[in-house]
Design a protein around this ligand. Structure first.
Ligand code: ADP
Length: 447
């Protein structure tokens, strides 16, 4: 195994990766911007290096600065966490050219999946069901209208380079399509430097269900079951769980979805951890939407029900080790839920609410895990994602996992900051959530 690894990230995920390294006896090197000086992720690491000012382009996205630290600190591998450079194929190339291992998939598969329109075509060719949509980019508004009339409104216009729910617009008629088309092109250009858009039929009130993939460099492609992430705002997840309540309602669905995800990963020659995402309609028809070529924010719930440490597996795969377990060895035990605690205001359209944490105490208890990068005195700045922590519960059955989560959230002290904790408590208490019947528009309909 590696002796020294650089973690090219910040916040809770940098802390989380460092903890696994520590357990495995690997020394860690953290990087930080001026805004993160003294932050928890710099303290849990063995060494920490400044890489630049607060804005991400000058620090956490600054490839030469990160590689300079890797050189100076003499690490063997770089773990990118999620977000930031984690899905940047150019970064992977540069990391490898500089002589380090990248803890993640090959750059070619990243490039393939990073264009969501190309990924769609690839999935379809691999026999995986995709949402009815355009074959490739939509070049002009006439083509957009033609597609919408063919599949019938509503439709979704999506930026091909999009991610994090950004660059996606629903259109219900020609007038709204004209606006959506223009807006997505503009947003794609401003957020991702790419104005390419494609279109899909809008699936009404779908569920979001995804499959966790793990693949080594020795031909073993495994799935670690599904996660349901239907509680969303602005097409971004806030609560995730596994198993999906839908699997109890529709027999055989899990097998069909995990088979499809594995088939896609095999066709793509995938390695390391990745996630195949689907939307699922009420009847259980599922459609591929994208593949994320990295660790997901919600990987924790999968760890809770299987006992696997996904970061450990990522490191082992990158180091060239084969899995020492097979598909049939991976067992599901109980139910796990994750609530993302954000510094944001659900009453004000979920606007980020940066600020300083004055008092802070994390909940503890049986079946409770908290992944965070916060502490008293820590400032949630406007420069970064306002995620404060992830609270994860685990129990034998779903109702008990919900009860444990409620207890934990009620006992979580975060003073001086507006958070979405009360919103989580309302969701957890709702009939819709308790009966496992929440779809992706439900949360925004409530607020
Ligand atoms: P991103 O890459 O920005 O995360 P995705 O394509 O993964 O975007 O979609 C994010 C969310 O948007 C999904 O979880 C779902 O709620 C919604 N969504 C995406 N495609 C469709 C679709 N065709 N119909 C309905 N909802 C969709």
């Amino acid at each position: 195994m590696y002796d020294r690894v650089l973690i090219a990230n910040r916040g809770e995920i940098a802390v989380r990766v460092a903890r696994t390294c520590e357990r495995l006896g690997i020394e860690t090197v953290a990087v930080y911007s001026d805004a993160d000086e003294g932050a928890p992720h710099t303290k849990v690491a063995d060494e920490a290096y400044r890489i630049g000012p607060a804005p991400v382009v000058e620090s956490y996205l600054d490839i030469p600065s990160i590689l300079d630290v890797a050189e100076e600190a003499d690490v063997q591998a770089i773990h990118p966490g999620y977000g930031l450079l984690s899905e940047n194929a150019e970064f992977v190339d540069e990391v490898e050219q500089a002589g380090f291992d990248f803890v993640g998939p090959r750059p070619e598969v990243m490039t393939l999946m990073s264009d969501k329109s190309d990924a769609r075509a690839f999935a379809r060719d691999a026999g995986v069901p995709v949402v009815p949509g355009t074959d490739g980019p939509v070049e002009d508004i006439e083509a957009a209208i033609e597609f919408a009339e063919e599949v019938e409104y509503p439709v979704l216009v999506k930026a091909a380079a999009g991610g994090g729910g950004i660059g996606m617009r629903k259109a219900t008629d020609e007038e709204s399509l004209r606006k959506a088309y223009k807006a997505c092109r503009r947003r794609g250009e401003s957020a991702f430097g790419d104005s390419t858009v494609y279109m899909e039929k809008y699936i009404e009130s779908p569920r979001h269900i995804e499959v966790q993939i793990l693949a080594d460099h020795h031909g073993s492609v495994l799935h670690i079951f599904e996660r349901e992430c239907s509680v969303q705002r602005r097409h971004q997840k806030v609560i995730e769980e596994t198993p999906s309540p839908m699997m109890q309602q529709i027999g055989g669905l899990r097998n069909e979805m995990t088979d499809a995800a594995v088939a896609l990963a095999e066709a793509a020659n995938y390695s390391n951890a990745g996630t195949v995402e689907f939307v699922v309609d009420e009847e259980g028809n599922f459609y591929f939407i994208e593949m994320n070529t990295r660790l997901q924010v919600e990987h924790t719930v999968t760890e809770m029900i299987t006992g696997l440490d996904i970061v450990e597996q990522q490191l082992r795969v990158a180091h060239g080790e084969p899995f020492d377990f097979r598909q049939e060895d991976i067992k599901m035990r109980g139910h796990s839920i994750q609530c993302r605690v954000y510094a944001e205001n659900p009453q004000k359209r979920f606007m980020p609410a940066p600020g300083n944490i004055e008092g802070y105490e994390e909940p503890t208890g049986e079946g409770i895990r908290v992944d965070s990068g916060a502490e008293a005195g820590y400032e949630v700045t406007r420069y970064y994602d306002p995620l404060v922590a992830k609270v994860i519960s685990h129990a034998d059955h779903r109702p008990e996992a919900i009860d444990r989560m409620v207890d934990a959230l009620e006992n979580y002290t975060i003073e001086g900051l507006t958070t979405n904790i009360d919103m989580h408590l309302e969701v957890l208490a709702s009939d819709a959530f308790q009966s496992g019947a929440v779809h992706t528009s439900w949360l925004e309909e409530q607020y």
